[in-house]
Design a protein around this ligand. Structure first.
Ligand code: NAD
Ligand code: DAU
Length: 351
């Protein structure tokens, strides 16, 4: 890996990944391509903007001409695709943008990588690529659908997405598979469980609940709050991606998770307790349509075959995360003072 293209690097996980990679080094340049949608935030990266290895480009992964130019100008040999519409609730009200960004965007990026890296692009039968190139697709455990009370998702669990978001991510995964199987493009797919940590947009459960609890506002828990998610600290997700870049076998899928299942209500109660607030703030609201009941990742493949393991315990990670949001109020205020207010009203006023 010499020149890395990170897409969606101004979002939650992408910005944590940019930080981690710049701390670790081992490459010449990191180009961050981000369209700066509502979820992209350059404040997440203010401390690295002067790093000479780092370049920010505002642009869209669906812009094929821009991609061709970036691959050529920066001699890109590695792609990590975080760019996506990522929020399940938004995919319920506006599915089309998920199809466009997550599926068409991924295919456009794959095509650009194939074009730039294939040794003989004019020969449709050739499967030879420049040595050392890699395309990594950041996917999600939601492509597997929902679990009952028992069982875990392995890499061979059939895809059964239930929301427009997860259907778009599953479609993107299938396109990556097709580019590997048809064209021989060196690819990996990672499928991670729910992330938490610094810089997460407050439409998602944990930062939303921390903010509302601090502000003394009600905490909107969907349905009975007994839906289960398998939480992983974002830095652990990023270190797993770095491990797959380094050691992943071409064409393989790797699940990423920390064996840490928690019910939503437990998370909300933990946040309230840590902030010294009472449970009377909890408000049970209408459930999300098609709400997946439980996710759980079997991480045996990545831990045994690639030697990755998470570094954070949930207790340590949550304590640090809550403290991070308490000490970064200006970051949060800037986000929630804008368009977020309209989103919040529309999302929660009639439930
Ligand atoms: P996010 O919504 O915080 O960030 C997405 C980023 O992509 C933003 O910076 C946005 O500006 C950018 N973007 C959107 N459309 C773009 C386009 N057309 N071109 C270029 N940039 C574009 O998302 P996140 O939570 O950081 O998730 C990142 C990736 O990880 C997504 O692919 C998501 O599906 C996946 N994922 C997320 C989680 C999680 O818990 N958050 C878990 C597993 C997988
Ligand atoms: O599993 C990985 C996925 O995790 C990622 O692919 C997605 O990009 C990411 O958004 C996340 O999806 P979820 O739908 O699980 O995350 P979210 O934070 O939106 O919700 C977590 C749980 O909390 C879910 O069961 C819904 C519930 N919830 C969420 C919100 C925002 C509430 O009860 N109230 C809320 O206000």
């Amino acid at each position: 890996m010499r020149n890395l293209l990170v897409t969606g690097g101004a979002g939650f996980i992408g910005s944590n990944f940019v930080h981690l990679m710049l701390e670790r080094g081992g490459f010449e340049r990191l180009v961050n391509l981000d369209a700066l949608t509502y979820a992209g935030n350059l404040d997440n990266l203010s401390d690295v903007q002067d790093d000479e290895r780092y370049v920010f480009v505002k642009g869209d992964i669906r812009d094929a001409d821009l991609l061709d130019e970036l691959f050529a100008r920066y001699d890109i040999d590695t792609v990590v695709n975080f760019a996506a519409e990522s929020h399940v609730d938004r995919s319920i009200t506006e599915p089309l943008i998920f199809l466009s960004t997550n599926v068409v965007g991924t295919q456009t990026l794959l095509e650009a990588a194939k074009h730039a890296w294939k040794l003989n692009p004019a020969d449709k039968y050739s499967r030879e690529y420049r040595p050392g190139v890699k395309y990594l697709q950041v996917s999600t455990d939601e492509v597997y659908g929902a679990l009952g009370k028992t069982g875990m998702f392995t890499e061979t669990t059939p895809l059964a997405p239930n929301s427009p978001y997860s259907a778009s991510k599953a479609s993107a995964d299938l396109m990556v598979r097709a580019y590997h199987n048809t064209f021989g493009l060196p690819c990996n797919i990672t499928r991670c469980s729910n992330n938490y940590g610094p810089y997460q947009f407050p439409e998602k459960l944990i930062p939303l609940m921390i903010h509302n609890a601090e502000a003394g506002e009600s905490l909107p828990v969907y349905g009975d709050g007994m839906q289960v998610r398998d939480w992983l600290h974002v830095r652990d997700h990023c270190s797993a991606i770095a491990t797959v870049l380094e050691k992943g076998v071409d064409g393989e899928v790797y699940n990423i998770g920390g064996n840490n299942e928690k019910a939503n209500l437990y998370i909300v109660q933990l946040i309230l307790k840590t902030l010294g607030k009472g449970e009377e703030l909890i408000r049970h609201v209408k459930d999300r349509p098609g709400h997946d009941r439980r996710y759980a990742i079997d991480n045996t493949k990545i831990t045994t075959q690639l030697g990755w393991s998470p570094a954070y315990t949930f207790e340590q990670g949550m304590a640090e995360t809550i403290e991070w949001y308490q000490t970064h109020r200006a970051w949060m205020e800037k986000i929630i003072s804008g368009e977020y207010q309209n989103y919040y009203q529309d999302m929660y006023q009639n439930v």
